[in-house]
Ligand binder design. Structure first.
Ligand SMILES: Nc1ncnc2c1ncn2[C@@H]1O[C@H](COP(=O)(O)OP(=O)(O)O)[C@@H](O)[C@H]1O
Ligand SMILES: [Mg+2]
Length: 266
C-alpha cells in the first residue's frame, strides 16, 4: 500500500530526514511516532505527493508518486486517500454537511443518496449529528477535529492519514477520537490507517505497530509492547519515560507488558 525507501529531505541544506524506510500493508494500522520536529508531517506530505524528497523512492498503491507525470494519474491515486491535517482544514464558509459533501463530490462517484446517507451515518457515529447545518467556525476544537476525521473517512479511502489527531485535546476526548478512527475504519476492509503523533500514550493506544523516527532515521519499527522491554536503549527510554508517570490504574488499561509494570509500579 505504502512504501518509503531511503527517503532523504533537506531544508536549507540541513538534512531533516536522512534515511526513512518503511512499508504499510493494506488493512494495516500504524502509529508514526517521534519527538516534535522529527519530520512526521513532512513524511505524510511526501506520501501524498505534496513535497518531493531529495533522495529515495515513495510508492503509494503501486504508483511511484514522484515520477508520476500526468496530473490525471496523480489525482486518480490521491482520490483513494483520506487525510486529516492537524488544523482541521475545514472550509469555514461551508456547513459541516457541505464540507463532507464537497469531499465526496470531488473524490468519489457516490450518488446523492449515498452521500446523504454517509453524512448522517458518520456524524451520528461521532455523536455530532446536530452540527450538520452549523458552520465549522461555530464548533468547538474537539468537534472540528471530529469533522476533519469523518471527512477523511467518508470517502471510503484505501488509505487514510491523520496528523496529530489528538493534539490539544484532553485525554478522555483523545481516547474517544482514536477509538472512533479505529471503529469507523474497521467497517471498511483493507483500509490502511496511519496516525502521526508525538504522544507515546496515544500512539500505543492506536496501534500495536509503531514506526519511531528520531534524528532523521527509523530507530524502531515493530510491536510497541516488545520495543518497550527489549528495544534499543533510546527507544525503551523514549517510550518508557512517558508511561511511568501514569497511575497504575490507568497503566493497566493500556495493557502494558507485565515485565514493565513490575519494574515501575512495585
Ligand atoms: N517547507 C519547509 N521549509 C523549511 N523547513 C521546514 C519545512 N517544512 C518543515 N520544516 C522544518 O522541519 C522540521 C520538522 O517538521 P515536521 O515534519 O513538521 O515535524 P513533526 O511533524 O515531526 O513535528 C521543523 O523544524 C520544520 O520547521
Ligand atoms: Mg507535525
Amino acid at each position: 500500500m505504502i512504501h518509503l525507501k531511503g527517503v532523504k529531505v533537506c531544508f536549507n541544506n540541513v538534512p531533516l530526514l536522512k534515511d526513512i524506510t518503511f512499508s504499510v500493508s493494506p488493512g494495516e494500522r500504524i502509529s508514526l511516532l517521534g519527538p516534535g520536529g522529527c519530520g512526521k508531517t513532512t513524511i505524510l506530505k511526501m506520501i501524498l505527493g505534496l513535497l518531493s524528497p531529495d533522495e529515495g523512492s515513495i510508492e503509494l498503491m503501486g504508483h511511484n508518486i514522484l515520477t508520476m507525470t500526468s496530473d490525471t494519474e496523480r489525482r486518480k491515486v490521491l482520490r483513494r486517500v483520506g487525510m486529516a491535517f492537524q488544523q482541521g482544514a475545514l472550509f469555514d464558509f461551508m456547513t459541516v454537511r457541505e464540507n463532507l459533501i464537497f469531499a465526496m463530490e470531488h473524490m468519489t462517484e457516490f450518488s446523492k443518496f449515498e452521500m446523504d446517507r454517509r453524512v448522517k451515518y458518520f456524524l451520528d457515529a461521532v455523536k455530532i449529528a446536530r452540527t450538520e447545518h452549523q458552520y465549522s467556525f461555530e464548533l468547538s476544537g474537539g468537534m472540528q477535529r471530529r469533522v476533519g476525521i469523518v471527512r477523511a473517512l467518508a470517502t471510503d479511502p484505501a488509505a487514510a492519514f491523520f496528523d496529530e489527531p489528538t493534539a490539544g485535546l484532553d485525554p478522555v476526548t483523545s481516547t474517544i477520537i482514536l477509538n472512533m478512527i479505529r471503529d469507523l475504519a474497521a467497517k471498511s476492509e483493507g483500509q490502511a490507517l496511519v496516525i502521526a503523533t508525538s504522544n507515546v500514550e496515544m500512539a500505543i493506544r492506536f496501534a500495536e505497530r509503531v514506526v519511531i523516527i528520531n534524528e532523521g532515521r527509523v530507530v524502531a519499527d515493530g510491536a510497541w509492547s516488545k520495543l518497550l522491554i527489549e528495544g534499543p536503549p533510546w527507544v525503551q527510554h523514549f517510550l518508557g519515560v512517558r508511561l511511568i508517570g501514569l497511575d497504575e490504574e490507568y497503566a493497566r488499561e493500556l495493557n502494558l507488558p507485565k515485565q514493565f509494570v513490575e519494574r515501575h509500579w512495585r
